[in-house]
Design a protein around this ligand. Sequence first.
Ligand code: PLP
Length: 421
Amino acid sequence: MNIATGSSLKDLQAAESKLLLQTYERNPLLFISGEGVYLRDEQGNDYLDLLSGIGVCALGYDHPAITQAIATQSRQILHTSNLFFHRGTPELALRLTEITGMDRVFFCNSGTEAWEAALKLARAHAGLLRSEGKTIGTKFLALEHSFHGRTMGSVATTHKEKYRSPFAPVMPDVEFVPFDDVAALRAAFSSDVCAIAIEVIQGEGGINPVSPEFLAAARELCDSTGALLLLDEIQSGMGRTGKWCAYQHYGIHPDVTTLAKPLGGGVPVGAMLCTEEAGRAITPGMHGTTFGGNPLAIAVAIAVIDAMKQQKLLSHVEEVGGYFLSRLQELQHKHSAIKEVRGRGLMIGIELDSADLAKEILSGMFARRIVLNRTHETVLRFLPPFILQREHVDQAIAALDELLTLQSKPNAALAGEVVNG
Ligand SMILES: *Cc1c(COP(=O)(O)O)cnc(C)c1O
């Protein structure tokens, strides 16, 4: 094993295959720096990044607001624990409650922790209602093709069998309802339910937006019993769709929402936000975290939100995202292999007619130095940094057009051909 500073990709692959728990089949790419919407590999090649580390690096790479916040905060204090006050905590909470319309915030370190907090809050809130004489149970309704994270509670509300069954028994009392099926939701709902869990736009499940009717029905059902509406905005939130939260497109207000991925612009941070009513259920000592809301993460999240406002990135995401969608729809007219184009803002998926084709197009895009990923087998997913420009969209569309044209011809070698150096 040959591992030292400046190791080659081959050395790293060999070392990791022996040293790491094999949770990922990584793409054979090694990025060492980045600037704007470009990633740079160890050979000095630049890649157009349309994935931003799974929707995380919203301001791209080497953004001065982020690097400055990290430098400044790291010289002051990195960590004090939640046993003490920190100046940034209420500053970020104020910003988050203003942009989401929620009342209270719990800070944590990741998406799944934010979702765990949401699940625990829902159980605790139902318990509080029972103690006040209401009839309400402990069951969660979640949707087919949902993804809410990998910890025991989150994974129990995540639909994919492969993520849950090896770890059985996961948290009990979860029922999955067919996606966007209002009648099925109504049939599954009863006073046994403590919460309905929904991603407003499913991410890992293949970029599936719920309909306004479905979200309205979920809201109405929850209101009828005091159950909580939990909207997971970990992938769709923080401006990804052109609004701070995707539910703001629907005019429907949740009881609880969760944020993470882009919140820290690359630094791990998550947040669970709730209404005053839901927040009544939690008292000191019931829930907590050592690292959550750590001063470094908080300082960076504040910098991300302020930079987004200053650079007017919400309207930019709406504009460039609309352009991206319309260019993809043009491609769909030209190539029958594209079954559907879905999404909003810069959260976009294109469904292809086979998993093999999706794999081939993906490696062809990597060969053309464009980064994206594949989810739900047949869906190519775009979650680019919010600073993406039209010229980058044009570059991606030209590459996709070329690859789809090539694949329609037999014996074409998609992955091997690299264009424009
Ligand atoms: C990524 C994601 C999660 C889990 O976040 P982690 O930070 O990976 O734990 C939960 N919900 C949704 C919708 C996500 O996209």
